[in-house]
Design a binder for this molecule. Structure first.
Ligand code: SF4
Ligand code: SF4
Length: 383
């Protein structure tokens, strides 16, 4: 197959954050210090090379950007200030936009204004829609719970499940496209079907532990990342399956306790990440793309309004509770429908998938490479 080159690839990547790729002169220091590189996946130098050569198709099918956890050691050691760590981050953004068939991700990453406008527009539609729905269904804005509630929890529940279906559909399609680019499009990338079965448990394992992040060196960023991810998943499960308990006047410790802990986790981890980006404490935080801020601010607003409406409700202020609840939904719906499948949140799906694909690829390559011979021995070709 003819190899196609995109001479504008580096220019395109600049729109996603990477600005110094051309400075790289391939000394290899970055790959030497990277804690995640191995004999199968050598990065970030290889990715820098592919970018400089404009080999777009190869990058589309590469796993390396997802195996990088942005510890920043490569950027610290680079003698040319080529910022390989930031390049890997930009490649993840670029790949996210490639997996997305709608073009929304590409638009958001290349135009933060469009991203914010889309969030605000959808938020307004949700706000107006919820108020019209609440009043149109005999709801009273001064009532939070029960038959005359402004927003009845069973209606919200149906709405949440509708949103979840959209979210799963979009993420599933994007994940399928990732698989196609990496594991199927080129014949040599394909692996036997039984390897998919053999390694399938790696998906939940890496999703829930984020273990590879822990191997980056410092434990604190990993713990905060883990707290953020587990808090988010806990809230999602509570909202999807225990919304009635969460919103009732009665205390349900099974739902309320994990809900409070998850809110604390979301607020604490988000505040820490915002502080890190403002102070540029770690290499990870030295460069902030606009989408990083949209992600953090949105998450903070959702978590804060979520707990505030709950407190207002439980302290007997249903009118204020309902108003804040509408604001909460105005932030939460755009986050779930626009931010999660098309922006940084999608990493939650792509990272475990990448670990899964990488394990299969390693196994296939190990089987193809003959075992090393003892010193002095010669390999004899079979007749
Ligand atoms: S990115 Fe920097 S450290 Fe890595 S190969 Fe290029 S010049 Fe060397
Ligand atoms: S940022 Fe860290 S994990 Fe990523 S390529 Fe550089 S050294 Fe490796």
């Amino acid at each position: 197959m003819a190899i196609r080159v995109n001479p504008l690839l580096i220019d395109d990547l600049e729109r996603y954050g990477a600005e110094d790729v051309q400075k790289c002169y391939h000394c290899g220091n970055c790959s030497a210090v990277c804690p995640h590189t191995d004999e199968t996946f050598v990065f970030p130098r290889r990715s820098m090379r592919l970018l400089q050569m404009g080999l777009e198709r190869k990058i589309e099918g590469s796993l390396e950007p997802w195996l990088c956890y942005y510890c920043g050691q490569c950027s610290t050691q680079c003698p040319r200030d080529a910022e390989p760590g930031e390049t890997m981050m930009s490649l993840r953004r670029w790949l996210t936009s490639r997996y997305d068939f709608t073009g929304i991700s590409r638009l958001f990453y290349r135009s933060p204004k469009a991203e914010v406008l889309a969030m605000v527009a959808l938020g307004l539609v949700v706000g107006v829609g919820l108020v019209a729905w609440g009043l149109g269904n005999g709801g009273d804005i001064r009532v939070y719970d029960g038959e005359r509630a402004f927003l009845k929890s069973h209606h919200v529940h149906v709405f949440d499940w509708g949103m979840a279906a959209v979210l799963v559909g979009l993420l599933g399609t994007n994940a399928a496209r990732m698989w196609w680019f990496i594991m199927y499009r080129d014949k040599e990338s394909r692996v036997p079907w039984w390897l998919y079965v053999k390694h399938v448990l790696l998906l939940p394992y890496h999703f829930f532990t984020q273990k590879r992040y822990a191997e980056c060196g410092e434990r604190k960023p990993w713990l905060l990342h883990l707290a953020l991810m587990l808090s988010y998943v806990t809230m999602l499960v509570l909202i999807m399956f225990f919304l009635g308990h969460m919103q009732s006047d009665t205390w349900h410790w099974q739902a309320h306790l994990p809900g409070y802990l998850a809110t604390l986790g979301l607020l604490g981890a988000t505040a820490w990440m915002m502080r890190g980006r403002l102070k540029k404490i770690t290499p990870l935080h030295r460069h902030s793309h606009e989408s990083d801020w949209v992600f953090l601010v949105q998450l903070f607003v959702v978590a804060f309004t979520g707990i505030l409406q709950h407190v207002l409700h439980r302290t007997g202020q249903p009118l204020a509770g309902n108003v804040v609840y509408v604001v909460h939904m105005m932030a939460a719906v755009p986050m779930l429908v626009l931010e999660v499948p098309f922006s940084k949140w999608a990493h939650l799906v792509y990272r475990p998938l990448a670990m899964y694909f990488a394990a299969m690829r390693r196994e296939v390559l190990r089987a193809k490479v003959p075992a090393p011979l003892p010193a002095g021995a010669r390999r004899v070709q079979a007749a």
